[in-house]
Design a protein around this ligand. Structure first.
Ligand SMILES: Nc1nc2c(ncn2[C@@H]2O[C@H](COP(=O)(O)OP(=O)(O)OP(=O)(O)O)[C@@H](O)[C@H]2O)c(=O)[nH]1
Ligand SMILES: [Mg+2]
Length: 310
């Protein structure tokens, strides 16, 4: 184990792994220099990933069927709790992250400055040279929606390079089985007042499997999760604001149609009906936003005042 990392603590690395036989051997070997134990969760791989990881010194836990990235991380956290790990660092098995960055990620945890550290490619000193433009755009959109929903200010919500303190390992709970777990975990940490920080890291895209079009479907799933979360947390913003915009547009169209009434009454029917439809849709959205916001406030009030839950 590398001297940079505090040797009196049990540091565990967790690798979610799905058909990564080309890279897993190198990743496990490199990561072992910086931690006490490496756990790989083989997520129903059909190749030799599990055998290679084991022969390189990792503890391998197998899922009989593929559960997805979130499922693999849930197992990793359960194993870290069982092992009574003091720190858990998660990184991908495809070689995109630099094992040598592990001490940098652990430092804020060891100095008690953070419970949850993200290896970020979008802050000063971090980067990802060969990252496809569509991936960069997708991550920016997901990150904007997620920050709006959670009131956090995280630059890289999609990095799979993350480190957790003992408190975080014990307190974090999540439910998602897919890539959307990346956001659920952030929201859970924020709600539990865990300290989150970002550390600059490089993320490589010139790895054997590279980025593929599954990334696109993963991206849409994560974005959908972020939008649903946003509409649950800020219904007035998601429904009320566009609703007000539609209502105002409907009112403007109605005024315009009424101004032209002297030309011909028949000419009023088409634009008039359109204006009414748009206005009513806007009103319905505003009302739904208001009702959801009130219900949310009421439930929060109940939880805090009656049951003492924050
Ligand atoms: N795609 C995928 N990855 C999984 C799954 N289970 C575990 N993993 C592992 O999770 C890590 C991240 O998956 P990637 O597909 O590389 O996701 P990504 O890095 O966000 O996307 P890319 O830019 O395409 O590499 C890898 O180490 C995978 O081996 C699964 O069901 N699907
Ligand atoms: Mg990857």
């Amino acid at each position: 184990m590398d001297e940079v990392v505090n040797s009196s603590l049990k540091i565990v690395a967790g690798l979610p792994m799905y058909n990564e036989e080309e890279t897993i051997g190198t990743v496990v070997t490199q990561v072992r220099d910086f931690v006490d134990h490496v756990i790989c969760v083989d997520d129903g791989s059909s190749d030799s990933s599990a055998r290679i990881a084991e022969s390189c010194g990792a503890i391998v836990h197998r899922h009989r069927v593929n559960r997805g990235y979130g499922g693999a991380l849930k197992t990793l956290f359960a194993k870290a709790r069982e092992m009574e790990a003091d720190c858990l660092v998660i990184l991908d098995s495809d070689g995109q992250h630099e094992a040598a960055d592990i001490p940098k990620l652990l430092e804020p945890i060891l100095t008690d400055e953070a419970d949850f550290v993200i290896g970020s490619r979008f802050i000063d000193g971090g980067g990802s040279e060969d990252m496809p433009a569509y991936r960069r755009l997708g991550i920016k959109v997901i990150t904007a929606a997620s920050n709006l929903s959670s009131d956090l200010d995280i630059q890289d919500t999609q990095s799979g390079f993350r480190a957790f303190s003992k408190v975080a390992i014990e307190r974090l709970r999540f439910d998602s089985e897919g890539m959307e777990l990346s956001l659920e975990m952030l929201e859970d940490a924020h709600e539990k007042d865990l300290k989150i920080t970002e550390i600059p890291t490089m993320i490589r895209y010139d790895v054997p499997k590279g980025s593929n079009f599954t990334a696109l479907s993963h991206g849409f799933t994560v974005l959908a999760w972020a939008m649903i979360s946003l509409s649950q947390k800020k219904p007035l913003l998601v429904l009320g604001l566009p609703g007000f915009g539609l209502f105002a547009a409907g009112a403007a169209m109605a005024l315009n149609a009424v101004n032209g009434i002297s030309d011909s009454v028949d000419a009023l029917v088409g634009p008039g009906l359109t204006a009414i439809w748009i206005g009513v849709l806007g009103l319905a959205m505003m009302a739904t936003g208001l009702v959801l916001q009130s219900a949310r406030n009421f439930i929060r009030h109940l939880l805090i005042k009656e049951f003492g839950l924050a």
